[in-house]
Write a protein that binds this ligand. Structure first.
Ligand code: HDE
Length: 692
């Protein structure tokens, strides 16, 4: 065993030495390494010599390979792409990347969960961070948003308290990636400004099917400024061309065990297959006069602007078409900040945004360890830049010339101020005056009206999911007083039916009055708050499991695979083992995976292939569980040929997306439609009897 290992290594080494591309393994300083397997010792068994500079070079670097993970948003994925502006945006802004329709702007995107650490699971109930770095010709612009349009708190000074409460609890660092614990709900029960955001966290938005199907929101109000120095207030939105889709809670729990990298894998695979995720960037654009008329304050980040009041104006689109080459160098070292803006965009006085303008740079200084983090390739501007910054840890720039101050006469005053060009950043001269106060404005006092609007705007099945989510989370809270406080002081003021359901599940008294004099939103129902407002246009990248056993009909498998290919979907053949299956006409059917290893929760639909071999199926507990679980998770199922008998055998109820047919061709269009719609929500009421 030993001998064959070392001969393999020697062979690899020989290849490296003759590599014509010069990829010989070297030390950090370029010294070619002759032996990377053994450290330098006295004799054969040591001790090891301190002199071994190659061992030291390797270990010293390795010992420092990790940097502090982000305090929030530690787990994320990244992708490169480009942004293209639509015509006509100069009405609103002078920002070059939003008005120049002839040159696409390169972008880098990072999508993340918030609560869990770097190694936590993907499909946890959580907000998704969604940050976009635009490498514009006028400097870098960062849009650092979330997949939810509002936030938990109104003032930056409360952020560390909120994050401490939601993170794993102090004594034992439990639970990871979960808000279902005492300290989080204690915070929620005592800070009613979080009521609205909490309805979003308890909604289907917090358990997305994949990260290609989430919306993005800038959350705060920002300002746009055009060439005539007219200004407009805006809320940024970005809407996935893939539609919005979610998993069901039971699926989320199972995926986190069976494939903790589910979202990362999906995103990576989609880009590798050329199914590039795409979003339309838009903005709700309004004036200060419009804002005066709303029944909420646009500077309060716990409020959204219903699209019934201000529709979204499309500004452009972005496409993510390249996976990173190096996770650490790009996805881990990327440093976003809402303070990175360009000419034509400005901040608002939202007190949460104002705090963020400080916090991100401060974080980067700690996490990346040097004031020169903007020189790291993923953070570097791609337009020319000339500063008088000099030195600092890990400075990479080699400056030429004497002038490192301004004004100067030693280099004809270059680099000099750019006051006369459009791209020169000029702050909007907003009038401000007042006394210095540590107060919360009265206009931020309403904590419930939009929470109610959100709940009421959802479809019945979405409302039920939210009720179930509150009941699940609160049932994990040990302190009964916290449970009761959430039900009586928060949920009752959102909706008595919601509070009643949760109270009943927790064995608490049903509240029948609201403890606050709750104001109602003028817009009672806002249509774009339901995920059903964003259907998918196709079935690209959706995954279909084809269940086969010996005796399966090879023609059906081939037909379905060709059909899936034509739809840009993925059909994978799953069998009891990874060995090829013998078809009914004696051919070998190539198997993509084991039914036990590629669980139903990682697919969007299941087809049981025909072939007069039903006993093989019914003797196989894994296969039966596969179909039952798919049914329970409301996904489309096709039972071909004699497999239609499974409806009765497994105790299923026939419905619109449980198909049985002699041939796949007959039902393929209806099946496509079913996958496109993702789930049959009506089935939810009928599955109580199924225990998969
Ligand atoms: Fe963040 N946030 N945040 N946040 N946030 C960070 O910056 C912070 C807030 C958001 O992919 C940190 O580089 C404060 C709202 C995203 O790298 C940190 C406040 C929104 C990301 C930080 C907020 C966000 C972060 C941690 C309240 C949605 C990930 C690591 C005043 C609009 C960026 C880092 C990435 C990351 C601070 C509130 C989104 C600590 C103080 C509201 C998407 O600086």
């Amino acid at each position: 065993m030993k001998a064959s290992n070392s001969s393999k290594i020697i062979q690899l080494k020989d290849e490296a030495y003759v590599d014509p591309n010069g990829k010989t393994l070297t030390s950090s300083l370029g010294v070619p390494i002759a032996d990377n397997q053994n450290s330098l010792k006295v004799g054969e068994t040591g001790p090891t010599l301190l002199e071994d500079f190659l061992l030291r070079d390797k270990l010293i670097h390795f010992d420092r390979e990790r940097i502090p993970e982000r305090v929030v948003h530690a787990r994320g994925l990244g992708a490169h792409g480009y942004f293209e502006a639509y015509e006509g945006n100069e009405k609103w802004t002078k920002a070059n990347f939003l008005t120049n329709t002839s040159t696409p702007t390169p972008i880098f995107v990072r999508i993340s969960t918030v609560q869990g650490g770097r190694g936590s699971a993907d499909v946890v109930r959580d907000v998704r961070g969604f940050s976009i770095k635009f490498y514009t010709e006028e400097g870098n612009y960062d849009l650092v948003g979330n997949n939810i349009p509002v936030f938990f708190i109104q003032d930056a000074i409360k952020f560390p308290d909120f994050v401490h409460a939601v993170k794993p609890e102090d004594p034992n660092e439990v639970p990871t990636g979960q808000s279902a614990h005492d300290t989080f709900w204690d915070f929620i029960s005592l800070n009613t400004e979080s009521a609205h955001m909490t309805t979003w966290i308890m909604s289907d938005r917090a358990i997305p099917r994949n990260l290609r199907s989430i919306q993005g929101f800038g959350v705060h109000t920002f300002r746009l400024i055009n060439n005539q120095n007219e200004t407009f207030l805006v809320k940024f939105h970005w809407t996935p061309k893939q539609g919005v889709a979610q998993v069901v809670w039971d699926e989320a729990l199972k995926i986190n065990g069976k494939d903790p990298d589910f979202h990362r894998r999906d995103f990576w695979d989609a880009i590798e297959r050329g199914n590039y995720p795409e979003w339309e960037l838009g903005a709700q654009i309004f004036t200060e006069e419009d804002a005066e008329k709303f029944d909420f304050d646009v500077l309060d980040p716990t409020k959204l602007i219903p699209e019934e009041l201000v529709p979204v104006t499309p500004l452009g689109r972005f496409v993510l078409n390249k996976n990173p080459d190096d996770f650490f160098a790009e996805t881990e070292q990327v440093a976003f900040s809402p303070a990175n803006i360009v000419s034509g965009i400005d901040f608002s006085n939202d007190p949460l945004l104002q705090g963020r303008l400080f916090s991100y740079t401060d974080t980067h200084l700690h996490r990346l360890g040097t004031v020169n983090f903007n020189q790291i390739p993923i953070n570097k501007a791609i337009c020319p830049y000339h500063t008088n910054r000099r030195g600092g840890y890990a400075n990479h720039e080699v400056y030429k010339g004497k002038a490192n101050y301004e004004p100067n006469s030693v280099d004809d005053n270059w680099p000099r101020e750019a006051t006369d060009v459009k791209s020169a950043f000029k702050t909007h001269p907003e009038k401000v005056q007042g006394s210095k106060l540590r107060v919360r404005p009265e206009s931020f006092a309403d904590h419930f009206s939009q929470a109610t609007m959100h709940f009421q705007s959802l479809q019945k099945h979405e409302q039920q999911h939210m009720k179930d989510a509150y009941a699940f989370e609160l049932s994990k809270v040990k302190d009964k007083e916290i449970r009761a406080r959430v039900v009586n002081e928060v949920l009752a003021n959102i909706d008595l039916d919601l509070a009643g359901f949760v109270a009943n599940e927790l064995g608490l008294k049903t509240p029948n009055t609201q403890s606050m004099n709750v104001q109602r939103s003028k817009v009672e129902i806002s249509k774009k708050l339901s995920t059903s407002a964003f259907p998918a246009p196709d079935i690209k990248q959706r995954k279909i499991a084809l269940l086969v056993h010996d005796g399966a009909n090879a023609a059906s498998v081939e037909f379905i695979q060709a059909w899936a290919e034509s739809e840009n979907a993925i059909a994978e053949v799953l069998a009891p083992s990874a060995a090829p299956v013998k078809s009914n006409d004696g051919k070998n059917i190539v198997v993509d995976g084991r039914q036990n290893g590629e669980p139903s929760v990682t697919y969007d639909a299941v087809i049981v292939i025909d072939g007069n071999n039903i006993s093989k199926f019914t003797e196989d507990g894994v296969a039966k569980h596969y179909v039952l679980e798919t049914y329970k998770h409301l996904k489309p199922i096709v039972l071909l040929g004699e497999k239609s008998e499974l409806i009765e055998m497994l105790g299923l109820t026939k419905d619109e997306t449980l198909f049985s047919s002699k041939s796949f061709e007959e039902i393929k269009d209806e099946f496509k439609n079913a996958i496109q719609n993702h789930r049959l929500w009506d089935r939810e009421n009928k599955i109580a009897a199924i225990s998969a």
